[in-house]
Design a binder for this molecule. Sequence first.
Ligand code: PEP
Length: 256
Amino acid sequence: MSAPWPRRPRLVAGNWKMNRTAADGAALARELTALSAAGLPCAVALCPPFTALESVGAVLRGGATHLGAQNLHPESKGAFTGEVSGPMLAALGCRFVIVGHSERRHGMGEDDATVARKARAALRDGLTPIVCVGETLAEREADKTTEVLVRQVWAVYEGLGADSRRTVVAYEPVWAIGTGRVATPDQARDAHRVIRATLDRVVGDHAGEAIAILYGGSVTDKNAVALFAENEVDGALVGGASLEAASFWRICAAAR
Ligand code: PEP
């Protein structure tokens, strides 16, 4: 079982999505490893596609950068063609797994209950889930951001108890993902406060103060400093800008 995460660690995680072959991924990881030779400015995780986990894991082995996956099946084994389970990811050296990414909620029909099952499966299998939540543009424009965030957080954390402290949340407004339209630091702060207050209510015991909340959605090396200056933002989940070693490294450095 993975150890509890320290209280609100600074974390920058790269979500490579469906990019990079095993060989290309290893090359990117090697570039990042070279840049971080003098040490990491914050906790860092790389989440390549399943097919590159082994090769990227081999590059990261023995270093401080964590390996993460982008998805898992809630069951640990069985007749689930095309799926990958938590024990399989753990055996490859994964520490993290992303659950509830909007591209899975909205593109693959994953509902709150499925995301909750996946988060529990990750914890059961010794992985730290990065639980993604966030509103669509239509929901924001209809003033439903708070309602959506409360519902999504509640679904995952209800009944999770002390295990909650082995999770990370990523606030990822759907309208900001891959669009170049980043949330303002104020928008991120307000959403993170809603998430923290919800964690306090659903988990109790000041859980909101202990759990890291990352911001994700068009983070670049240009806007990272302003986002990280906001006290509520504990780091970032980075998509596009994590595919280039120098830009990802500058984002990590900004989180110091
Ligand atoms: C993501 O996919 O989690 C993400 C934040 O993507 P991007 O940084 O490209 O918006």
